[in-house]
Ligand binder design. Structure first.
Ligand SMILES: NC(=O)c1ccc[n+]([C@@H]2O[C@H](COP(=O)([O-])OP(=O)(O)OC[C@H]3O[C@@H](n4cnc5c(N)ncnc54)[C@H](OP(=O)(O)O)[C@@H]3O)[C@@H](O)[C@H]2O)c1
Length: 229
C-alpha cells in the first residue's frame, strides 16, 4: 500500500512545481459540521496519511477558516519527517494573533495577504506575503509562483473546501485526494464548490486511483490530459 500510494508522489523531481490537495469528507460530501467541527471525519490511517503528506511537502497551505476553527499546528507528528513551511491565506488579516501557527515557532510560517489589506499590526513570528487581489480572491497561480520563488515547490493544500475549490477552479492542482469516510452528516460545510454546470457530462473526469485506508477510501484525482473541465 505504501509504495502504491507514495511511490508516484516521491517520484516528483526536486524543484518541480507540484500542488496536491486533500480533504476528508463524509459520504454526502461534507468536510465539517455547519459550526465548523471536523475532528475527526476520517480514521486513524487517513490522519497518519496527512502527516506523511506534510512530511513530503515543502509547504502546507490552508485557508483562514481552517485556522479559525481547528487552530492546527500543521506539523509532522504521526510519522517521521521534517515539518513543512506553513502557509495561511488570510487576505484581510482577520485571524487573531494567538493562533498556534503564529506563536509556536515550530516551522517557518507565511501569511498570504491581499495587497489592498490595510491591517498592518504585527502578527507573531511570521512573514507576510502581499499579493494582488482580483475578482475577490488572490489568484492561486500567483500564490504558487510566489511560493516557488521562495523555494517552496511541492505544496500540500490541506483545506478547507473553499481554498481547495479556488485552486481547482483555477486549474492550479496537479492532484486532489478525497478521502471518503462511511459517515453521513446530512448538513455542514461542503467539500468542493465549483460554478454550476447543467449536465453531469460537463463534470471534471480526471484519472482516478483508489486506495483503501482502513474504513475509508482515498480517491486520488490526477489532473492532466484527461481533465476536460
Ligand atoms: N475534513 C477536512 O479534510 C478538513 C480540512 C480542513 C478544514 N476542515 C474544516 O473546514 C472548515 C474550513 O473550511 P472552509 O472551506 O470553510 O474554509 P477555508 O478554505 O479553510 O478558508 C476559506 C477562507 O480562506 C481565505 N482564502 C482561501 N483561499 C483564498 C484565495 N485564493 N484568495 C483569497 N482568500 C482566500 C478566504 O478568507 P476570507 O473569508 O477572509 O476572504 C476564505 O474565505 C473548518 O470547519 C475546518 O474544520 C476540514
Amino acid at each position: 500500500m505504501l509504495a502504491e500510494l507514495y511511490g508516484p508522489l516521491c517520484a516528483i523531481r526536486p524543484q518541480q512545481d507540484f500542488a496536491i490537495a486533500h480533504l476528508a469528507q463524509s459520504l454526502d460530501g461534507r468536510i465539517a459540521t455547519a459550526g465548523g467541527a471536523s475532528q475527526w471525519i476520517s480514521g486513524e490511517e487517513d490522519l497518519r496519511h496527512t502527516h506523511r503528506m506534510r512530511a513530503l511537502a515543502d509547504a502546507v497551505l490552508v485557508g483562514a477558516d481552517t485556522i479559525r476553527h481547528d487552530d492546527p499546528v500543521l506539523t509532522v507528528r504521526r510519522c517521521a519527517g521534517a515539518n513543512p513551511v506553513r502557509v495561511i491565506v488570510d487576505p484581510d488579516r482577520k485571524l487573531r494573533a494567538d493562533h498556534r501557527v503564529f506563536t509556536d515557532r515550530s516551522a517557518p510560517t507565511f501569511v498570504i495577504v491581499a495587497e489592498d489589506c490595510s491591517e498592518t499590526a504585527p502578527l507573531g513570528a511570521v512573514e507576510i506575503l502581499r499579493l494582488p487581489r482580483a475578482n475577490g480572491i488572490i489568484a492561486p497561480a500567483a500564490i504558487r509562483s510566489a511560493l516557488a520563488a521562495r523555494g517552496l515547490h511541492w505544496l500540500f493544500i490541506e483545506g478547507g473546501g473553499v481554498t481547495i475549490s479556488h485552486f481547482l477552479r483555477a486549474k492550479c492542482l496537479d492532484r486532489l485526494q478525497l478521502t471518503v469516510s462511511p459517515v453521513i452528516l446530512g448538513s455542514g460545510r461542503p467539500s468542493l464548490s465549483l460554478p454550476e454546470i447543467n449536465a453531469p457530462g460537463l463534470g471534471l473526469r480526471p484519472t482516478v486511483r483508489r486506495v483503501i485506508l482502513g474504513q475509508d477510501v482515498l480517491f486520488e484525482c490526477i489532473f492532466g490530459e484527461r481533465d476536460e473541465g
